[in-house]
Design a protein around this ligand. Sequence first.
Ligand code: ADE
Length: 259
Amino acid sequence: MAPPSDDSPPLPAGAISNLLIVIAMQTEALPLVNKFHLVEAPSNESIFPKGAPWIRYHGNYKGLHIDLVWPGKDPVLGVDCVGTVSAALVTYASIQSLKPDLIINAGTAGGFKAKGAGIGDVFLASDVAFHDRRIPIPVFDMYGIGTRKTFATPNILKELNLKVGKLSTGDSLDMSPHDESAIQNNDATVKDMEGAAVAYVADMFSTPAIFVKAVTDIVDGEKPTAEEFLQNLVAVTAALDKSVTEVMKDDVLELMDSP
Ligand code: ADE
């Protein structure tokens, strides 16, 4: 697999001082909140509009200001607001208010063993695309798929032990036959429920974004996806946190600044 695109220019030296981490699930978010000693922003001082369940934690880590946002829980059903709609909305609101220099979308993903993914592997996505936006009209078809190169981080790849692969995003945990062929067309190694939506919004506002995804389940394996996902969620989140922490090491972030 080729490393992420060299098309995007490196950020100028010292460019990263405001980092935004976008995470979909509380189970994925809380270990990072604790690790970086982030505190929850009080709801009466929220940057988010009244009524939005979105939650922001913030703090300083190694000279960097970090905001970590997650879309919170569905007010009626009480489950994490996973999926593209909530991810796009919270990313939009966060960019408007926080003006981050870099977004890290961190989370779990399903992996394809035929493409080299294993449980607990952590991937840095080279490209993102949607697999459930089928619009069979010329050009609309490409808009629906929405393929984007991610921000190039060759130094992070050199420094850290991450795999590289393409990420395909859709609003379902399981995989229909339609999704399967679209994911194959996207040449994806990992599949999630937020990445391409975060990328769409980040791109709209010219904010560099990277995608760190840890594999909880093997989509082309024997086990039922939901069962395998729930079984591995906590353990694999530890691998995700380790990788995100490594990306945040000051030498790695400095390396990101230089060509
Ligand atoms: N997150 C974790 N596993 C996933 C899967 N199989 N599909 C979509 N998102 C996921």
